[in-house]
Ligand binder design. Sequence first.
Ligand SMILES: NC(=O)c1ccc[n+]([C@@H]2O[C@H](COP(=O)([O-])OP(=O)(O)OC[C@H]3O[C@@H](n4cnc5c(N)ncnc54)[C@H](OP(=O)(O)O)[C@@H]3O)[C@@H](O)[C@H]2O)c1
Length: 210
Amino acid sequence: MRITVIGATGATGRKVMERALELGHEVIAVARRPEVITPMARLKVRQGDVLDAPSIAKSIADTDAVISCIGPTTNFMPGTVMSEGISNILAACQRAGVRRLVMQSGIGLSDGKELSAVNRWAIRILRRIFSKAIEDKAIAERAVQRSDLDWVIVRPAVLRDVAATLKYTADPSARIAPFLPLPFSDCADCLVRAATSEPTWVRKIVNVGR
Ligand SMILES: NC(=O)c1ccc[n+]([C@@H]2O[C@H](COP(=O)([O-])OP(=O)(O)OC[C@H]3O[C@@H](n4cnc5c(N)ncnc54)[C@H](OP(=O)(O)O)[C@@H]3O)[C@@H](O)[C@H]2O)c1
């Protein structure tokens, strides 16, 4: 498949790109600074800023699926990169006829029903501390859920730059441990699965963690 990865310079985006290539897919990496991406076989790099709708519309042309790994630079001053960015990505997918959109979100968006009592309480505190970032991402999630695309929202636990295990839990409403670190590479594997297979995940929110 030909997969577009938006936010390809980020900690998760880089791993998504690598995993998709490893699995034999063609990848279009979209980044504000395309020059920082190392050229590889089956990889095309396009310039795009999610706050600039025309650049995103151009960057996702001719793809089968889009994976968004965008995020704010800091959760304390998140701005509107998620709400505005995802809205522009949705419009671009609709215009280009791309059906499958995978949005990387976070377990902090969970209302906690599927989590243990302790983790539910901890997530509530986290939501208060990062209320602006949570609200911006919630607007983005709602826009994705309202769309008629074959979307998958992936909510990872806290992520760390450690070696892949490929042993993780991922499913709609899966009970995961939000603060038990998951390798970025495992999250990347889950995002690629959401874009290329897993028909039962379509139009669902998938938790990924341990
Ligand atoms: N890290 C974690 O522990 C964790 C856990 C759960 C969920 N999440 C969520 O998962 C997502 C990805 O996390 P991450 O840690 O991989 O993030 P990250 O390393 O900060 O990467 C964010 C990516 O978004 C890109 N970006 C930001 N604004 C953009 C814009 N206007 N146009 C195009 N690209 C833009 C950045 O590009 P530049 O390189 O140009 O800045 C970067 O590639 C975020 O939404 C984050 O909140 C993270």
